[in-house]
Ligand binder design. Structure first.
Ligand SMILES: [Zn+2]
Length: 281
């Protein structure tokens, strides 16, 4: 499942090729994604230049002067860029956005999504601030936002008696910490995943913030080596979440720090991995 690092790498791969280019056409072959793709998306976007390709949590925000196209990769989606005409679309290639530059250069961004949990939605500027869109309004801070610091994390976890792992996963305090990353961040910060979030002291918050940033930054960096896979028909954008995991999926194996066997437990039906010696409540 694509997580924040995959979405950020997708953004970095596509942005330099598409920003400033004008939409020529939108071809939607199957509108039945998680929500129906707007029927008039082609008319809405044709002739409009893409001002910027941004990201908020796992949403890509395609900024135009009259609104924003919001896309999400769902469980299995990916974007691929074709610079000289796209090959015949396959069964899961649900949408193409065709761009052109003043020079005549053409670029096609193609959305592939076998399980169709992804999204392609239009938010016109006249409907108001994008930050208040129902999909975005309740998101926590971005992990690389300077406002995400120990004091914020401490304040935001007061009164939250659920386990810190669950609070991270919820995205309500900070976005982007998916299931694998939650285990990795907590191991790095030496925090027990079952610890009630409300019991996190300032010292633990001071360890967790940089741990979240480091784990996500490393995943994005690892994904950076796959940038070329987004262009053309060769290779696969792929997902790269488990690279270099310290605890994730290592149940029974020795902790890389202290040698104690890593344990696995279930929290809200999701597997958590931790070192019972390094990570304390
Ligand atoms: Zn350990």
């Amino acid at each position: 499942m694509p997580e924040l690092p995959e979405v950020e790498v997708t953004r970095r791969a596509l942005a330099p090729y598409l920003e400033g280019f004008t939409v020529q056409a939108v071809r939607v072959r199957d509108r039945r994604l998680r929500w129906p793709v707007p029927a008039r998306l082609g008319q809405t976007l044709a002739g409009r230049p893409l001002l910027a390709l941004d990201r908020r949590a796992k949403y890509l925000l395609w900024r135009f002067d009259h609104g924003t196209l919001i896309s999400h990769l769902g469980m299995s989606g990916s974007w691929r860029l074709h610079l000289e005409g796209a090959p015949r679309p396959g069964a899961h290639d649900h949408a193409d956005i065709e761009f052109a530059a003043a020079t005549g250069a053409r670029r096609i961004a193609r959305l592939t999504d076998p399980r169709r949990f992804g999204a392609l939605l239009w938010h016109p500027s006249r409907r108001g601030d994008l930050a208040r869109h129902p999909l975005l309004a309740h998101l926590g801070l971005e992990p690389f936002d300077p406002r995400f610091d120990a004091a914020y994390l401490h304040a935001a976890t007061r009164g939250r008696r659920t386990a810190i792992k669950q609070v991270l996963l919820s995205g309500a305090v900070v976005v982007g910490v998916g299931n694998i990353y939650a285990s990795e961040c907590l191991f790095r910060a030496q925090i027990h995943p079952m610890m009630a979030a409300s019991r996190l002291g300032l010292a633990r918050c001071e360890r967790l913030v940089p741990a979240v940033r480091a784990v996500l930054a490393e995943a994005i960096e690892a994904g950076g080596s796959t940038l070329r896979n987004f262009i053309g028909a060769d290779g696969s954008p792929g997902y790269f979440t488990a690279v270099g995991a310290q605890v994730y999926d290592r149940a029974g194996l020795a902790c890389k720090v202290c040698g104690t066997p890593i344990r696995r437990l279930l929290q809200g039906q999701r597997a958590t991995f931790f070192c019972p010696h390094c990570q304390r409540r």
